[in-house]
Design a protein around this ligand. Sequence first.
Ligand code: PLP
Length: 404
Amino acid sequence: MMIPFSPPRIDDKIIAEVTAALKSGWITTGPRTKQFEKNITEYCGCKTTVAVNSWTMGMQVFLNYWGIKAGDEVIIPAYTYCASANVIVHAGATPVMVDLNESDFNLNVEKVRAAITPKTKAIMAVDISGFPADYDLLMNLVNEHEIKSQFSANNDSQEKLGRIIVISDSAHSFGAIMNGKRSGSLTDVSSFSFHAVKNLTTAEGGALCFNLPDNFNHDEIYTEFCIKILHGQNKDALAKTKKGNWKYDVEEPGFKCNMTDLQAAIGLVELERYQESLNRRKVIFHRYASAFSNYNWSIEPAFETDTKTSSYHLYLLRINGATESQRDEIIQEIFEYDVSVNVHFQPLPLLTAYKKRGYKMEDYPEAYSKFANEISLPVYYDLSNENADRVIAAVVASVKKVLS
Ligand SMILES: *Cc1c(COP(=O)(O)O)cnc(C)c1O
């Protein structure tokens, strides 16, 4: 039987909750979405949360809200999913890519420093594989006197913050911890993805967690954002059901990317049992790490340090000494054992859309060397120890075959 890469955990509990939402007569944004947002805020320890229909639209609306536009620069790692860069392009701004740390898959803060210009309005760190980026260093950096003094604000929010905003692409890191705090509260604003392959899913979905300094009113941000994600309409469908409350206004042309209560129904169950899911992922990570540490060709990913704990989203194994084409051959071999593996990610400069925009892979040697020999292994709640061992055996045999 084929071992899949990351199937969602759909069981009777999820089906019962979605059925209850369907039978309730309220299927778009309503009580379940509002409850889900509250539970996320509590879980993450952030100041407010807005649920949306994807990471991508949440971030797109956020960039619009923050006034990111043509002429602005946003710094991102070269090693991420295309969504991180696409939203910046759609905002009309320029993604400025930087290379990675040697020790993990996250963006290198000294490279970020070198990339800052007076046009830099935001830094978007990506918690690749669920391992948090260096937010303490990034916060120190954007608060440095010289960096702050070259920052120029375009609008009131930017003025109020008075520095480059630090955004987290937390698509992978729901439940990850840094210095005792959970992802979602590690920086100014974080965006989660609840896509089907992510740790916590709502089929498709996402959430923005706001954690701006205390001079921002987070209740106001929440209200404003809910309007922005619903065409700019100042009353949502639920509010309009109140007697005689039909009339609304549109203050500005908004977007349309609210979460539905059907999605929230899945999310509520997923969140309630999330610790169980993290525990299982952790066991699988440790099983892989202890098995592969016996081989000198294996480079283990960072997932637990003194200050950081991963959300155990992706196990990014690297094969020391393998070239890109050998890695591809190893993957072919692994599939022969009915084991699904993957590569996360092709660095952005390898993709046509970004090559065409002038980004060159040779400018990001660390990103390339990580990509070239990387293989992502299956990690999911229902993966048994026995099947994890089948994955390990398939990898070991395939590496041996290709590299010897
Ligand atoms: C999945 C993913 C996204 C996009 O999430 P959607 O919810 O599908 O929009 C963004 N960034 C990273 C790093 C991702 O892996």
